[in-house]
Design a protein around this ligand. Sequence first.
Ligand SMILES: [Fe+2]
Length: 225
Amino acid sequence: MLDSHRRSTSMSRLSDHVDWQYVFREYWHLYRFGSAGGNRVIRSHLKDVRNRLNAELEINPEVTFDQPNSLPVCAWLGRAMDQGLNERTAPLVRSLARVIDQLTWRYGYERMRKGLARKYAYAELMGPNGPVVSKKLILGLVLFAPRCTYPEHSHDGISESYICLSGSVSDSNYSVFTPGSLLFNPPKRAHRMTTGDFEPTLLAYAWTGDEDKLAHQKMDFSIKK
Ligand SMILES: [Fe+2]
């Protein structure tokens, strides 16, 4: 799924896409004014995301769209967005509503577990594969249906943060996060997510790491399929 057919377009730049510029402005705002909870490691991750985002915005990056699509979990997207507009992260949700029809939803795996295929998908906003092209930072959205379990996995060489925009998500067996909360996973940390019983969950994520690691994202599942 990662390398699905790319729509041929004439090349454009971020400055040609006003609604997308505001998505990244709101993203930046969350990573600038969101709390690190007094944690030094998380504070430095927030700063790293901001710095990488600033550097990309500075060069007015290339934009290349894949064919927009829908996967089964997108049936919950409307509700997730509606609920997200009631939360303190509403400015990002509102800006996303303007570009939501241009997103390409993916699974990220060639073979998906059946249950997960109906309840999960992600859409990249910025990264080596676009739509806004960056080698240094991956930003995107993950959408989960209610009662979804995303199996335990870790990321090699990638620091990952999620900001909850809608719904609720648990991190392994330790914590529950609601809109405005941030989950941080340093490289190699195994994590498993489950989502609330009744509402879908929408998360904004950021991945930082070396260019090589970002270009060849590899998920390590603790339990092999
Ligand atoms: Fe993860």
